[in-house]
Ligand binder design. Structure first.
Ligand SMILES: [Zn+2]
Length: 233
């Protein structure tokens, strides 16, 4: 049976080869999601090797973040931007899990091993309905599997707004993001080290709002992980 299945798999692969999600070349045997070249070329931040880094600086004096890292830099014209685009807008939820696994393998033996629990940035329920999933939750799933730490989605939630952001001025918008999240079951994270997970960080305002909410729980420590860091947009 196994031999037949294996044969069928290779037979179909001949006609429907899977493609590298970054450069679109056919994948070879042993390659998964990304081809070997794309895997080698990822513009990694390696921030899990330096506690003081340019991502961490976004939070200095604003909120209390212990460690922060991102898997790769998100830069104009980069072929890796397409990974985030497919994850957010093309229904490729499995890419989130795969990126989470890759990232988990990078950081699990670093000081990030100190974390106790993984919490994704929640998506607005209306957006989640349209997209079918929360991409940060998919990333958390992959991270959780490799780092062997639980992830929870019932602690940090979105408040539901009816007004649109676009009609607001900057000050109102900032206030809006500050009240966009709410903490539930906060006793669950008391005294714990939480890894807050996002897909892309640009200004950090969403993460700051989420961290401030998590920090309302007693003796909680917050660190940050994002797949991509848009440091020069
Ligand atoms: Zn490739």
């Amino acid at each position: 049976m196994k031999i037949i299945l294996n044969y069928l798999y290779h037979f179909f692969r001949l006609f429907f080869p899977s493609h590298c999600e970054a450069c679109n070349k056919n994948l070879l045997k042993g390659e998964k999601t990304l081809c070997f070249n794309c895997l080698l070329d990822i513009p990694k931040t390696n921030f899990h090797k330096e506690k003081e880094n340019s991502l961490n600086k976004l939070f200095y004096g604003i909120t209390n973040i212990k460690y922060s890292t991102a898997f790769f830099f998100f830069r104009k014209g980069s072929k890796y931007r397409t990974l985030i685009h497919k994850l957010k807008y093309k229904g490729k939820d499995y890419l989130g899990i795969e990126l989470g696994r890759m990232s988990g393998a990078e950081i699990k033996d670093s000081f990030f091993s100190e974390i106790d629990i993984i919490i994704p940035v929640p998506l607005h329920p209306a957006k989640k309905r349209i997209r079918g999933y929360n991409q940060s939750e998919m990333i958390s799933k992959g991270l959780s599997e490799i780092m062997d730490k639980p992830y929870k989605t019932d602690i940090l939630l979105r408040n539901i707004f009816t007004e649109t952001q676009t009609k607001k001025n900057l000050e109102e918008r900032r206030k809006n993001v500050n009240t966009a999240f709410k903490l539930k079951n906060q006793q669950y994270i008391e005294g714990k080290h939480v890894l807050l997970v996002d897909d892309v960080v640009t200004t950090g305002s969403t993460l700051i709002a989420c961290a401030n909410e998590l920090l309302k729980s007693k003796n909680v420590v917050v660190s940050i992980f994002s797949v991509a860091f848009a440091d020069n947009l």
